[in-house]
Design a protein around this ligand. Sequence first.
Ligand code: GLC
Length: 543
Amino acid sequence: MARRLSLARTQPRRRVAPAAAPAPWWRDAVVYQVYLRSFADSDGDGIGDLRGLRQRLPYLSWLGVDAVWINPHYPSGGADGGYDVVDYRAVDPEYGDVSDLEALVDDARRLGLRVVLDVVPNHTSDQHPWFQAALADPDSPEAARYHFAPASAEPPNNWQSLFGGPAWSRTPDGRWYLHLFAPEQPDLNWRDPVVAEDFERTLRFWLDRGVSGFRVDVAYGLYKDAGLRDNPGAYSPTLFGHGPEQAMTWNQPEVHGVWRRWRSICDEYPDTMLVGEVCLADLEQVALYSRPDELHQSLSFRLLKSPWAVAPFAEAISSALDAYGRVGAPVSWVLGNHDKERQVTRFGGGELGTARARAAALLTLALPGSAYLYAGDELGLPQAHVPDEAKQDPIFHRSGGARAGRDGCRVPMPWNPTEGVGFSPDGAAEPWLPIPADWSRYAVSVQTGQGGSTLTLHRRALALRKAHPAFASGSATVTTRGDVLTIRSVDGGEAVRCVVNMGSETVLAGCPGSVLLASTAAVRRSGGTVALPPDSAVWVLED
Ligand code: GLC
């Protein structure tokens, strides 16, 4: 007999009374993540840009997302895909200029879309004027804005860079400086008040140009242990996130003060929001970043690292609902992003991986809270093979090739089945990362209007999510039964279910009501039951 494993994890109801003020847009928004360099190239240099994105905004409106988050657009040293910023209040000429960004924001607003920027407060580029001044003069005020240590035989402590190797490198004059990522990304010293002041200017600079908020890079970083003490253990990329073993480098209590201050700035600009990247293993700690006076959201990465099986998925969902629910924040679900292998590949590749990725998409979009959709995932793109000589990611290079790096999920978007897949205007430009030969079959124009395509599935799911608020803003219950995971959500008089079969046999799930959407045409309804083939999901509206 089937056993009920875990039951009843609920998230507080958002709509308390009909007279309550409408919930802010970000609580249940679907935010589409644009890797700017790879989205659309308007000027034929093989690099995506703001005008290219602007031209494609009607696609995003047609798809049905609510907002666009753009990966860093700033002038950059180019060492880490734009996350090494040289000037926080400018646009890299490769991508356009500030007026292009303003035009993007205006066009987006006309289409009912919001624009969210990426801000990178943990570190700058080594080309940033502050770091250059600090290199030139150890006694300069700029030197106090970074972590320098005097010349000595050994680095000041055992901290490791997340990209491999020690977190300390030497300056030409023999001093040590801290970089928790690449050596070209020196960490800022947030104990210097000038650093905080400068970022507040940056926030206002972009908010004054009409953006709807920021995705905050490495929001669990910024402050370091004041005594720079050794970490108790080593970082492992296989963990859900950082924990006590890295207690000296991450999650220092002082950082919450920064988010309170940033929140108060955003409060001056209606309808803006902050969403933090908080890679901590303990979800209770992650949730603390989205307390009511801090960041509006903190991204929940559990699904990104969960293998395809009921127990880890149920645990990822239930624990996030519990932890975020306790601070009154919506969960911000992430199934894919620019740092992780595409889910088609992660879940097994080929038809198997595609079936699972489609089912996982329905599951994610049925969860209460907001969802982050990474560009290309709506097309079912697999991880692209990028030859080693074309790879750009510092993770690949700093690990001596031991870690594959992130280039394979950053390959340009296929728009149509022409040469160059419509990424650049005439198809002749050499794209900044090579596009696989068979990429045309995933192209937007190929999948548009095709009943069974992954693009159509996403578009339908997004429309249904809007039409049935119970999905995104209901009170959810997570149930497991054998290989079947069910999320049942209730909002007002409406109840909806997402049922996922994560096993290898067809299962019959009892769920009365009408089928709204299925991840495969092989899902069959008969009376009060639904036959779900392996690796499939269905959305049901209860009678
Ligand atoms: C975040 C970004 C990642 C970047 C790192 C350093 O994790 O998502 O792409 O490499 O921060 O800025």
